[in-house]
Structures are given as structure tokens and as C-alpha cells.
Design a protein around this ligand. Structure first.
Ligand SMILES: *Cc1c(COP(=O)(O)O)cnc(C)c1O
Length: 232
């Protein structure tokens, strides 16, 4: 796989160049689109290499791994939690993750709210949606989104700031475009519901093989792992 050829530095520079090109094509400012470097399963040393090249936003999927890295790496890193989150582990990351992208149920949201209040914080979260209703994926299906959102909007200590999705893998990344477009339309639709306490500011979508298309279609966060760090 070409992904594995070259150093993190080379891969990071290539990724940033493709990121910039995509922003330019989309007529978007590079400050308004954020790239999260997904460092799950890679050692702290790999995070440090990307950090030295200027990267500050990192994404992790596993609670323990996020906690260890957060403790041992520079304090100006923004950690984004993007993986499936068990309720009993919320307490470990509530004061470490700047954003939780993967809220997939009202019960999880309730626990995040509870832990945030205990720590006197406001948790920033995205709701994960599963537009393709894929069995293997977490997230709200379209029909359940409005009701879930209304329930979550009532919770103190928690701010919903947008939506996240993990699309299917397509051999041809172009095939992901339709889903990204649908996500953008959904963001507008949710905003139009005007649920009190809900802000539709961010869309988190696009990974190594399709982030440039996600940027063209309105992603505010792209989550890029293997293109920067190599195959897991
Ligand atoms: C692993 C992961 C990514 C990054 O995937 P790559 O294909 O390595 O870029 C992005 N989002 C989520 C939710 C992930 O679990």
C-alpha cells in the first residue's frame, strides 16, 4: 500500500497539501475546515512527530489510550474522542476530550451530562448518525434523530454542536459524495427544526480515503488516520 511508504513527515505534508487543494477547490478557508489526525493504535512517538510538524488536533477511539496520551503529551493538544463510548467510561474522558463526536443514544448523552456537571464543565458533543442504517455502525437512524435530539437538548452541561457520520468504505471515493451531500442537507434540516439549545455548527465526516470529497461537500472536521500515520 502506498500509504505505508515514506515517513510520517512525508505523509503529513502530502495530506496537508491535498487538504489545502480541497479547501481551495471548495472555495473554503483553511481555517474553517479542521483536520483531526486520528492516532488510535499509534504510539505517542507518532503523535509527537505530527505535533512537531504543527498538528494540534488528534482523534482517539479508545478511552484508556486517550487518557495515557493526554497525560504524556503536550498540553496544547486538542483531543477529540471519535470512537464508540461506553457509559461507564465517560468519567475518564469528560475533562480530557474537547469534543465527543460519537454520541449515539440519549442514555449516553445523559451520562455525559451527569459527568460534566460533576466536573463543572460543559461537554461539547456531536450526534453520530447512521444514514445508511448499516447494521455494523452505531448512530441515530434518520427517523430516531429528531426525538433523540429533543431529549438531549434538555440536558444540562452538554452542548450539541453538530453531526458526525462514518460512511461506508467505497473503492472509488467518489461514491461517498452522495452520502456527504445528504449529511449536509440533514445538517440544514436539523437546523431548521430550531430545537432550543441545539447548534448545528459542525459536520464531522470523511476519512483517509475520502476526506477531500468530504471537504468539497461541507465537512467541518475530517478525521484522517492512515494517510498520515500508515496502515494500522
Ligand atoms: C479510525 C477512524 C478514522 C480514521 O480512519 P482512516 O481510514 O485511518 O483515516 C476516522 N473516524 C473514525 C470514527 C475512526 O474510527
Amino acid at each position: 500500500m502506498p500509504d505505508n511508504i515514506g515517513s510520517i513527515e512525508e505523509k503529513y505534508r502530502e495530506t496537508m497539501a491535498a487538504f489545502s487543494d480541497a479547501c481551495r477547490r471548495a472555495g473554503r478557508s483553511e481555517d474553517e475546515v479542521k483536520m483531526i489526525a486520528v492516532s488510535k493504535t499509534f504510539p505517542a512517538e507518532s503523535v509527537k512527530q505530527a505535533y512537531r510538524l504543527g498538528q494540534r488536533l488528534f482523534g482517539e477511539n479508545y478511552v484508556q489510550e486517550l487518557c495515557e496520551k493526554e497525560q504524556n503529551l503536550p498540553k496544547d493538544i486538542e483531543w477529540h474522542f471519535i470512537g464508540r463510548l461506553q457509559r461507564n467510561k465517560v468519567k475518564y474522558i469528560i475533562d480530557k476530550a474537547v469534543m465527543i463526536h460519537s454520541v449515539d443514544s440519549p442514555v449516553l448523552a445523559r451520562e455525559i451530562s451527569r459527568q460534566a456537571l460533576l466536573k463543572n464543565r460543559e461537554a461539547r458533543v456531536l450526534l453520530q448518525v447512521n444514514l445508511g442504517a448499516e447494521e455494523s455502525k452505531a448512530g441515530f437512524e434518520r427517523e430516531a434523530l429528531r426525538r433523540g435530539l429533543e431529549e438531549i437538548a434538555e440536558l444540562p452541561g452538554l452542548q450539541v454542536l453538530g453531526l458526525m457520520t462514518i460512511g461506508p468504505y467505497y473503492d472509488n471515493p467518489e461514491d461517498a459524495r452522495a452520502l456527504f451531500r445528504e449529511m449536509r442537507a440533514l445538517k440544514a434540516e436539523v437546523a431548521s427544526w430550531a430545537v432550543k439549545g441545539i447548534v448545528m455548527q459542525y459536520l464531522s465526516m470523511g476519512m483517509s480515503h475520502d476526506y477531500t470529497i468530504a471537504i468539497e461537500e461541507g465537512a467541518d472536521f475530517v478525521r484522517v488516520g492512515s494517510a498520515i500515520f500508515g496502515q494500522r
